[in-house]
Design a binder for this molecule. Structure first.
Ligand code: GTP
Ligand code: MG
Length: 165
């Protein structure tokens, strides 16, 4: 039996970039084109293999991106082992917001936090306004919660980058 390690992971990013959709695709392999905006935050778990001896039990906090919930975010990124900062490749403003989340995490979260940047909605690449982002040394993926493109890669690579205590 592989050894299971529990890691807290937080998703951050502007409203409607697809945070909840990414998590729902990853955990349940489902996609809802009429997904409702998150209130407060949602919690989901999933176990992913890391190697032959270890697996990661990801405790995922999917935060609400609407401005009125902004002050709650530190509660969710506090003690997090990893964060996924999401933007929408068709919305340039969401990329600016993502960069400011990365800065906030680098200043305020746990010093060793593993940060991934995810440019979501690659299925809408004909409406792309954000070019493939130079990822500032972060783990970087372009994803589609709609098609499932790169979703398991994102979570699995993130889990593998978290140091095992
Ligand atoms: P908040 O909870 O308000 O912070 O938003 P969110 O970031 O959780 O976004 P959510 O997952 O609710 O998705 C917003 C809208 O974008 C929904 O209509 C989704 O169906 C749609 N959406 C999410 N991911 C994708 C994607 O990869 N491609 C396309 N085409 N639509 C997507
Ligand atoms: Mg949501």
């Amino acid at each position: 039996m592989p050894k299971q390690h529990t890691f807290k992971v937080v998703l951050l990013g502007e409203s409607a970039v697809g945070k909840s959709s990414l998590v729902t695709r990853f955990v349940r392999d489902q996609f809802d084109p009429y997904k409702e905006s998150t209130i407060g935050a949602a919690f989901l778990m999933k176990v992913v293999p890391i190697d032959n001896e270890n697996s990661a039990n990801l405790h995922i906090w999917d935060t609400a991106g609407q401005e009125r919930y902004k002050s709650l975010a530190p509660m969710y990124y506090r003690n997090a082992a990893a964060a996924i900062v999401v933007y929408d490749i068709t919305q340039a403003a969401s990329f600016e917001r993502a960069k400011s989340w990365v800065k906030e995490l680098q200043r305020q979260a746990e010093p060793g936090i593993v940060i991934a940047l995810a440019g979501n909605k690659t299925d809408l690449s004909d409406r792309r306004t954000v070019e493939y982002a130079q990822s500032f040394g972060l783990l970087f993926f372009e994803t589609s919660a709609k098609t499932g493109d790169q979703i398991s890669g994102l979570f699995t690579e993130l889990a593998k980058k978290i140091p095992i205590a």
